[in-house]
Design a protein around this ligand. Sequence first.
Ligand code: SF4
Ligand code: SF4
Length: 290
Amino acid sequence: MKTITILSGKGGVGKSSISASLAIAISRQKKIIVADCDVDASNLALVFGIKENDYKEWEEITTNQRPVFDLSKCDSCRKCFENCYFESIKWQDEKPELLEYSCEGCGMCELICLQKAIKLRDVMNARIGYAETKYGFKIALAQLEVGKSGSGKVVTEVKQKATQLADNSDIMLIDSAAGISCPVIASVTGSDYCLLITEPTPSSLSDMKKALELVKHFNVPHGIVINKYDINKERSGEIESFAKKNNIKLVGKLPYDKVFTEALVSMVPVIEKSGKLDVLFSRIAEQLLK
Ligand code: SF4
Ligand code: SF4
């Protein structure tokens, strides 16, 4: 099974809409499994029209830990408070107190406490599940609990779940989170190809360059799709020149079209709403499969 990951340096450039339509275009030629790895804001299933009751086998998972303090052993040395890189421990009445929402579960406080007053405990930080789409393939996804960390490891779990559900699929299509942080790194790791979505705005291009660095670091073959290329043709030209200069394949260009918004509102992938876009998505799918 080959893995194609769709990512974008910047959020809001249409990545999930494009992922959903590309999944459908690819599934006409190959057996696929989809993994929604944007675990902080998982919404690809919504684009496929999947509702809460359609999910199967929600399972609580633990990929992170939190420190628990035994204050009867604490001698108030302040070491944990002074050395927590994430400033997740506050000092209250001469004792440490955990600020749970900012704790990353790194475990440093447990290591540094000579009184052995701190122990790390597993915490449930996400739910993982899957659903059947009406397009003949499954989608694996997870939802990170509010205020919980460990999203990179949750992404790895989603990919494993998708592998279990793959049933001899040819392609795993991953919809990554935006940005360049842990969940994106976990999505890109092990991919056979990365497709970067950008749009002709200064911030999108600069953020895409950062995502590109990440993809190059992992030595993954990659290409670019420019979404809404016609809202600023001059800027689109700059992206094309940048791609040419850096030997990056321009896999496709999609126009601005209000039908994208109409499709999102009606929870239908845009490929189903427009014959013109169907042709464009099919061409991009062809390029990816090549
Ligand atoms: S490092 Fe241990 S002993 Fe020192 S303040 Fe923290 S909990 Fe207390
Ligand atoms: S586990 Fe890490 S982030 Fe959390 S309180 Fe301890 S040192 Fe800070």
